[in-house]
Design a protein around this ligand. Structure first.
Ligand code: XMP
Length: 511
């Protein structure tokens, strides 16, 4: 089945991915492409959205793609910079605004009865973020709405399905943003809303069957959401021909290896657990530099994985849990497309000699969509809701060099913290949480004894993608109870602190 596709042309706005997410929340499939790389099959896209940009249409780093093959030929929604670009190039005028316009504004309709504004009330709050403004509409332009500070807040081009808005419909502060996108995509562009998680599962499984036939596929499970959902899709498609490998690097959470392995077996996956903790810890001995630790772990993972993959006869494919944010080509803030595709954290360096073809069933999905796809396959809620956990595991939460004893201490501390988050119903309110073992000892008293033991830091953050994050205001009572429990239960720790730094400037992990 062919779904309607929407093309989002990215001019480098920080919100471009949000546009894609909103479109997909409407069960309409879309793809982001850089403004200067309009796909050659642009005919297959049924509507186009032009994103915002940190640039000015009048600036030196101009972002001026040729839209003549698209504009007027298919429905187009131009947002912020996109709206300015459309005006600038069609006889309108864009000038620097006297006041920089950021934040809330309220829509006043100039033209009533527009399908574009159906179910949106006069005065509806929108979110502005721009320093240029449209002084004169392009030829054929009709003004649709204004705000107190921005006269040309929304316009359309007569005789075309071309609409432009100065505000951002994709951000939550634009209260009716989703309705506006729906009006444009469903009422005006007449797209079907049939891109659902269930449809995705059915079609992906069929496509995988056709692509893989009787071939064998190997996949490294990490215990995380992405690799687990990828495995389930492949399992549905090829059953026992999917060979999953779950490596214990000795740096997982307490009991994680056995618990998760059991869970995978329960899901019917053909999975092999490989306990390579000793190999990893041996390779890491004496290494304290964070990057050196990462490299050592990455290299060892490849070694172990490769050893295991070679045991599977005639394997042809390597499956990866790569998701959409890993593959979107980003446009840099200066306008030059950076054309760098982010490499997947954990598997970027797999060696050539494996000579396997790569299959990535999730590479069109955002994280929340991966979770929804997992849910539609009835996967365990706890597994789907798991916090992100870094590939190098506890190694980058133990500052400095690693010893089995330090790993044990941190596993115990982490287990108390995470279990308490669960029992206080806080786990799902936090994006990621974990504990850090600091390379300092501090003085304490226990009973009548002076102690000189380890200090641990707890970190819990909220975030959407890990790029920026803020610390979570956990209840004092929770922190108090957790700190007591850690100090009482975990031998070797006599002090607990809570990390109240945001990212940036502090990263989520301490190393
Ligand atoms: P930072 O510490 O950079 O972390 O703020 C952002 C997100 O990335 C995870 N992270 C890693 N994941 N390998 C991974 O697979 C790594 O080397 C790595 N370093 C950080 C981190 O847990 C957070 O979710």
């Amino acid at each position: 089945m062919q779904h309607n596709k929407v093309l989002i042309l990215d001019f480098g706005s920080q919100y471009t991915q949000l546009i894609a997410r909103r479109v997909r929340e409407l069960n309409i499939y879309c793809e982001i492409h850089p403004f200067n790389k309009i796909p050659s099959d642009s005919d297959s896209f049924k509507a186009v959205v032009l994103s915002g940009s940190p640039n000015s249409v009048r600036g030196e780093d101009v972002l001026h793609p040729d839209l003549s093959n698209i504009r007027g030929k298919k429905p187009m929604l131009a947002v912020c910079y996109g709206a300015q670009y459309l005006a600038h190039f069609s006889g309108g005028e864009v000038a620097e605004s006297n006041t920089r316009e950021y934040g809330r504004a309220n829509l006043g309709f100039v033209k009533q009865g527009e399908a574009f504004f159906e179910n949106i009330s006069e005065g509806s709050q929108v979110w502005m973020s721009h320093s240029d403004t449209i002084k004169k509409l392009p030829s054929g332009g009709t003004l649709l709405a204004s705000t107190a500070d921005v006269e040309n807040a929304a316009y359309k081009i007569e005789g075309e399905d071309t609409y432009a808005i100065q505000f951002h419909p994709e951000v939550y502060h634009t209260i009716d943003g989703k309705q506006l996108l729906e009006n444009f995509l469903v009422k005006i562009a007449k797209l079907n809303q049939d891109w659902t998680p269930n449809a995705f599962v059915g079609e992906t499984v069929d496509a995988l069957k056709a692509q893989l036939g009787n071939d064998k596929v190997v996949l490294g499970l990490s215990g995380g959401v992405d690799s687990s959902v990828a495995a389930m899709l492949l399992h549905k498609a090829i059953g026992e021909n999917l060979y999953c490998i779950f490596v214990n690097n000795g740096l997982l959470r307490k009991n994680e290896f056995t618990d998760v392995l059991k869970q995978y077996e329960g899901m019917g996956l053909n999975v092999k657990g490989v306990d390579a903790s000793a190999r990893f810890l041996e390779a890491l001995a004496g290494k304290s530099d964070p990057e050196e630790k990462r490299k050592t772990i990455g290299a060892m993972f490849i070694e172990v994985f490769d050893d295991e993959a070679h045991l599977i006869k005639d394997v042809k494919w390597l499956a990866q849990g790569t998701i959409y944010p890993d593959v979107i080509e980003s446009v840099s803030a200066t306008g030059g497309p950076s054309a760098t595709i982010k490499s997947h954290h954990n598997v970027g360096g797999l060696p050539d000699f494996m000579k396997l073809k790569v299959v990535e069933p999730l590479k069109a999905l955002f994280k929340d969509e991966v979770r929804r796809v997992g849910a539609s396959m009835n996967m365990d809620k706890e597994l789907l809701g798991r916090h992100p956990f870094p590939g190098p595991g506890l190694a980058i939460r133990i500052l400095g060099d690693l010893t089995p004893e330090k790993v044990r201490i941190l596993q115990e501390v982490d287990a108390v913290f995470i279990n308490n988050l669960r029992s206080w119903n806080l786990y799902d309110k936090v994006w990621q949480a974990g504990a850090m073992l600091l390379p300092v000892n501090s003085v304490g008293v226990m009973g009548d004894e002076r102690t000189y033991e380890k200090c641990v830091a707890l970190r819990a953050v909220e975030s959407t993608d890990g790029m920026t994050a803020d610390w979570v205001n956990l209840p004092y009572e929770f922190l108090q109870k957790t700190s007591n429990e850690i100090i009482n239960k975990v031998k070797g720790v006599n002090r607990v602190v809570y990390d109240i730094s945001s990212k940036p400037p502090a990263t989520i992990e301490w190393e």
